[in-house]
Write a protein that binds this ligand. Structure first.
Ligand SMILES: NC(=O)c1ccc[n+]([C@@H]2O[C@H](COP(=O)([O-])OP(=O)(O)OC[C@H]3O[C@@H](n4cnc5c(N)ncnc54)[C@H](OP(=O)(O)O)[C@@H]3O)[C@@H](O)[C@H]2O)c1
Length: 216
C-alpha cells in the first residue's frame, strides 16, 4: 500500500483525512514543523483497518509516495517550495482553500493564478498537482462514527494522477470520488467552500457536498 504524507497534518483537516486514509489501509505520515508534536497528535488518532498513522517532520511527510497539502493557505506555497525536490515526480494533492472571514460569512480570496491549487502547481512544475477534499468538514471526517457520506470533487490537468486520486478517495470510508475535470475548475471548487461554510454558519448546520443525479 502507498504511503501518504500530509504537510500541516496536525490540524483538523489533516487529521480528518489521515484517519480515513489509514482506515482504508494506507500508511500515513502526519507532517508538522515540529515532528515531536506530530507524533503526539498521531497517537490520539485511532483508525480502523490495516493502515497506520505516524507523526513526523514535514520533510518526512514529503518523502512519502503521495503528499497532501493541508496547511493554511497563506503558508502553502512556501511549505511546498521548501520540499520541491522531494515532491518532484509525485502526486501532490491540494486541499487548500484561500478564505477570509467577513462578518458572519466566509468569502473566497483569489490568488494571482486564480486558485491555491494553481499556485501550488506553478511552484511544483515537476509534480502532478491534483485538487481534492476541499469541501469536507474536518470534524465529521475525524469522527468515523459521524455518518458522513460526502462527495469529493477532484480536478487536475494530469489524467492518470486524477484517476489515482479518485481510487484513493474511493477507498476512504464515507467518501465518493467525483472527477470534475481540469485545473481550470480549481477557483470555482475552492470558492464554493466559502459557500458551504457560510451556509453552515447561517443555518447552524454541519452540511456537506453530495451531488444528485450521478450513477455511482
Ligand atoms: N478544517 C476544515 O474543515 C477543512 C476542510 C477542507 C479543507 N481545509 C483546508 O485545509 C487546510 C488546513 O486546514 P486546517 O483547518 O487543518 O488548518 P490549521 O489547523 O490552521 O493548520 C493546519 C496545520 O498547518 C500547520 N501550519 C500552521 N501555520 C503554518 C505556517 N505558517 N507554515 C507551515 N505550516 C503551518 C500547523 O501544523 P504544525 O504547527 O504542526 O506545523 C497546523 O496544525 C486549509 O488550507 C483549509 O482551507 C480545511
Amino acid at each position: 500500500m502507498s504511503s501518504i504524507g500530509i504537510l500541516g497534518g496536525t490540524g483538523p483537516a489533516g487529521r480528518g483525512v489521515a484517519i480515513r486514509l489509514a482506515s482504508a489501509g494506507y500508511h500515513v505520515v502526519l507532517g508538522s514543523r515540529d515532528g515531536d508534536r506530530a507524533a503526539q497528535v498521531a497517537e490520539t488518532l485511532s483508525p480502523r483497518g490495516d493502515g497506520t498513522i505516524a507523526g513526523g517532520s514535514n520533510e518526512k511527510a514529503a518523502s512519502c509516495d503521495i503528499v497532501v497539502v493541508a496547511t493554511p493557505w497563506d503558508s502553502a506555497v512556501a511549505t511546498v517550495k521548501e520540499f520541491k525536490s522531494l515532491l518532484a515526480n509525485k502526486i501532490v494533492i491540494s486541499m487548500v482553500n484561500a478564505l477570509a472571514k467577513e462578518g458572519r460569512e466566509l468569502v473566497p480570496l483569489y490568488p494571482p493564478r486564480g486558485s491555491m491549487a494553481a499556485q501550488i502547481a506553478f511552484a511544483l512544475p515537476e509534480s502532478q498537482v491534483v485538487g481534492a477534499f476541499h469541501h469536507l468538514p474536518a470534524n465529521q471526517m475525524e469522527n468515523l462514527d459521524s455518518g458522513l457520506e460526502a462527495d469529493v470533487v477532484i480536478f487536475g490537468d494530469n489524467d492518470a494522477a486524477r484517476t489515482q486520486v479518485a481510487e484513493l478517495v474511493s477507498a476512504m470510508p464515507g467518501l465518493t470520488a467525483i472527477v470534475a475535470g481540469s485545473m481550470s475548475l480549481a477557483s470555482a471548487v475552492e470558492a464554493f467552500t466559502a459557500v458551504c461554510i457560510s451556509i453552515n454558519i447561517r443555518h447552524k448546520a454541519h452540511s456537506y457536498v453530495k451531488l444528485a443525479g450521478l450513477a455511482h
